[in-house]
Design a binder for this molecule. Structure first.
Ligand code: ATP
Ligand code: MG
Length: 414
């Protein structure tokens, strides 16, 4: 029977769940458009190197979460675990670095081999925005403001805290890295296996560790602040000034380093306490080095991604589908007429459904289940007189209506 189960960590989006997903995507898409973002789609799988190199071997994603396989042509393929690298690849493949700045919006499935739990799946969905070719802190402010606006429109912003940090520029990070390495070297005995490995490849990652022992070591670790260059310090001050000007509240979190190798300067996450351990609903940052790492011209960028499943858990119930008008034929003539009446009403913009079989009461039950607004009952006698019975389910009223007037009489139910 294993074949009848969904794969662990995947789930079906049945209509109610799908409606919540769609509400999240449509809200985000509409607001992103107002900020000047255009929608794109990239393939769900890419050559493995598209993700492996920029995301970095020290990241959880590359070290243990990617769905990687050889296809039938012996190509190394990976199902996308995040958007940014694929979008940057698309920009380079299509020569779009000629038309900067680019403001791109995308939404779709992601794949990560993780331990499934509430708000954490192996196939999940993200909305994503990327602002490419803007080096100014204004870009960071606008990208964060867009995230806040979307969360607000979804009714979630007030349930989140915006956590903010800076990862500085290359010089800041080199100085801080050296300070961290010498600090952690003195605490090797207390670090987890994972963090000992991170110490070799990317010691900043240790700051982000969820291991209790690591957290105790981190509590005393040197802070980045002291190692920021003047430029990096000024950049961050401008980002904060912009957020202040827009009235966007944030909390500084010096432990926020985010999972990927390519981040610099601004890192941020909107976090809620309403989802247990899976509290981050939206996270992103600046990635000025990424385009270069991927073989393109040095180009600044900033972006973020939000988990649709997590957002969908937090929003209010979206409006249900439009209440249909249901056709209820009572005989053979009614069946035949019902088919064409349904079709012409649908073309006129009504939502129309059919009872497919059974007697009057069975078909009325189906109308009830569909939460129908009204029923058109087509008896053979009535049809002979070119009329139908219209039942308004809300008022309980039932009237005879000439077929030629049906559309006009139904107008309030459109
Ligand atoms: P986490 O710390 O929860 O693992 P992350 O840092 O790996 O998150 P990102 O790579 O920044 O997450 O992805 C952006 C957003 O995508 C997250 O904030 C979260 O809302 C969502 N997300 C990430 N991984 C999953 C997953 N396995 N299932 C569902 N949503 C996810
Ligand atoms: Mg993760």
């Amino acid at each position: 029977m294993a074949g009848l189960q969904p794969v662990r960590g995947t789930q079906d989006l049945l209509p109610d769940a799908h409606r919540r997903h769609r509400a999240v995507i449509e809200t985000a898409r509409g607001i992103a458009a107002r900020y000047g973002y255009q929608e794109i789609a990239t393939p769900i799988f890419e050559f493995t190197e598209v993700f492996a190199r920029p995301i970095g071997v020290s990241s959880d994603i590359v070290s243990k979460e990617m769905y990687t396989f050889k296809d039938r042509g012996e190509e190394e393929i990976t199902l996308r675990p995040e958007y940014t690298a694929g979008i940057v690849r698309a920009i380079l493949s299509n020569g779009l670095t000629q038309s900067l700045p680019l403001k791109l919006f995308a939404s779709g499935p992601m794949f990560r081999y993780e331990r499934p739990q509430k708000g954490r799946f192996r196939q999940f969905h993200q909305i994503d925005v990327e602002l490419i070719g803007v080096a100014q802190p204004l870009g960071d402010v606008e990208a964060i403001a867009l995230g806040a606006e979307i969360l607000d429109a979804l009714g979630i912003l007030k349930r989140t805290v915006l956590e903010l940090n800076t990862l500085g520029d290359t010089a800041s990070r080199a100085a801080y890295r050296a300070a961290l390495v010498s600090y952690y070297d003195g605490h090797k005995g207390s670090l987890s296996e994972d963090s000992l490995r991170r110490l070799e490849v990317n010691p900043l990652r240790i700051l982000d560790s969820k291991d209790e022992g690591d957290k105790r070591v981190n509590a005393e670790a040197p802070a980045f602040e002291a190692y920021l260059t003047q430029e990096a310090h000024d950049f961050f001050a401008k980002v904060r000034g912009g957020l202040d000007a827009l009235g966007i509240a944030y909390q500084l979190n010096p432990r926020l380093v985010r999972g990927l190798d390519y981040y610099c300067h601004t890192a941020f996450e909107f976090v809620t306490t309403d989802l247990g351990a899976q509290g981050t609903v939206l996270g992103g940052g600046r990635y000025d080095g990424l385009m270069g790492i991927m073989g393109g011209p040095e180009t600044p960028g900033i972006g973020w991604a939000a988990g649709i499943e997590r957002l969908a858990l937090l929003i209010d119930e979206p409006a249900g589908p439009q209440r249909p008008i249901v056709i209820v034929p009572l005989g053979e003539a009614g069946e035949a007429a019902g088919l064409t009446i349904a079709q012409s009403l649908r073309r006129a913009g009504f939502s129309v459904d059919l009872g497919y079989s059974g007697n009057l009461s069975r078909r009325m039950k189906r109308a009830d289940k569909l939460n129908a607004r009204a029923a058109i009952i087509l008896g053979d006698n009535e049809l002979a007189r070119q009329v139908a019975t219209l039942r308004d389910f809300d008022s309980g009223e039932q009237v005879e209506v000439p077929l030629s007037e049906l559309e006009a009489r139904l107008a309030p139910f459109r």
